[in-house]
Design a protein around this ligand. Sequence first.
Ligand code: GLN
Length: 483
Amino acid sequence: MSEVNFASVIETTAAVAKGDVSATEATQQALKKIEQDDAKINAFNTVASDSALAQAAAVDEKIASGQPVGPLAGLPIAVKDVICTEGIETTCSSNILRGWVPPYDATVVEKLKAADAIIVGKTNCDEFAMGSSNESSAFGPVLNPRDLSRVPGGSSGGAAAAVASGMVAASLGTDTGGSVRQPASFCGVVGLKPTYGGVSRYGLIAYASSFDTVGVIGNSVADAALLHDTLAGQDVRDSTSLPGARESVSDAVEASQDLKGLKVGVIKELNGSGLAGFEPEVVDRFRASVDTVVAAGADVEEISIPAIEATLGAYYMLVPSEASSNLARFDGVRYGHRASGGNTAEMMRATRTEGFGAEVQRRIMLGTYALSAGYYDAYYAKASRLRAKLIADFAAIYSEYDVLMCPTSPCVAFELGAKEDPLSMYLVDIATIPANLVGAPAISVPFGTGAADMPVGIQMIGPKFGEGTICRVAKAIEEAKND
Ligand code: GLN
């Protein structure tokens, strides 16, 4: 059987298009690799072998009969288990949704299918995407393919591990506070979070609706750009979807020669000299990445955004507040698990107590408290004002700078069980949440290793629809790494 190179989306799809390998062979290869390796990594909650092979056969038939095929023809791809897939169980890695099979596809899944990609399965994640290590999943933790004693990051840990271990060339994740970029950073792959509203959220099971985005994970910036282009666009079924044509990010990446004329701001609060907690090896790699960007011709300056110091508190008020409202729908009546006995209220209470894990319950309680009449002004409203200030601060900075840079995470992948108290886990998100609070596009690209030889990710944050620009800078960093 011919083999394809899952290190590259572009190579995989080109091999299928040329007929070097069939979509069925590429899919069988992915399924075989999953069968061999996933028993130890635990990246998949569901492997959809039958539907994947049926989809692949349909693509092969199209090719055989000379019909045109889509840009991702024959590409086996994994989808995070918070995104609805028609006919394939979708659980949010939660006991409350175990066994639930959505009757429809999310828009992003429709788009993957229209591009002739093959959905091979649903990836493990933190329960309802709440977490930074994939340890809060009801399906057990995912292990980091680079070191099985360490976490893959979260919440899209399975999506990143599936790509990093070569089971698939690409995956879809979601990013509400860093869940695409941080696991990409921990696993040594590329993760791209789009502009809020740039990619449809229809069919994404909501965590925090004003923060949620669907992002992509791949092995290179060019792959991430291609995947993103396939998903981007306005969707009338998502009321927060932004109008207007999307520029091709792939074209921007391909056309890019050097970074001359680009103004890049290094965020002081997040570069190791501001807020504490950044590992020295991460800071070293970050400095080296900045040197690379300077060498590529960009004009780099340090900038300060003092409001960043308050973002963690604001995020962990606003996001649980939205979650407490969004997760009210899981009541034992409409979806998934239902406890038996008692009257309706008792049934609902028992269903939610049995169905939700500890972290989800904590966030629902936090959010309900922050929204309650007596505390709304002190917590929710105050956090909203901080968010408004941060949006204004970023807008002012983007009138002068094209791209902002900082490490993706203050640390490399840590050992399983290393962060037991919730606060130490939340602190890991310090560098990723600003982009979510302001709705900005951001990318994480690997750039060597830090402590324990684990990968370090470098983050670029752009203005609204600045995906092309952040990808150009990421590409320069990626190329320097390969020198
Ligand atoms: N770690 C963050 C949280 O727990 C981000 C999660 C995400 O982006 N889904 O909220």
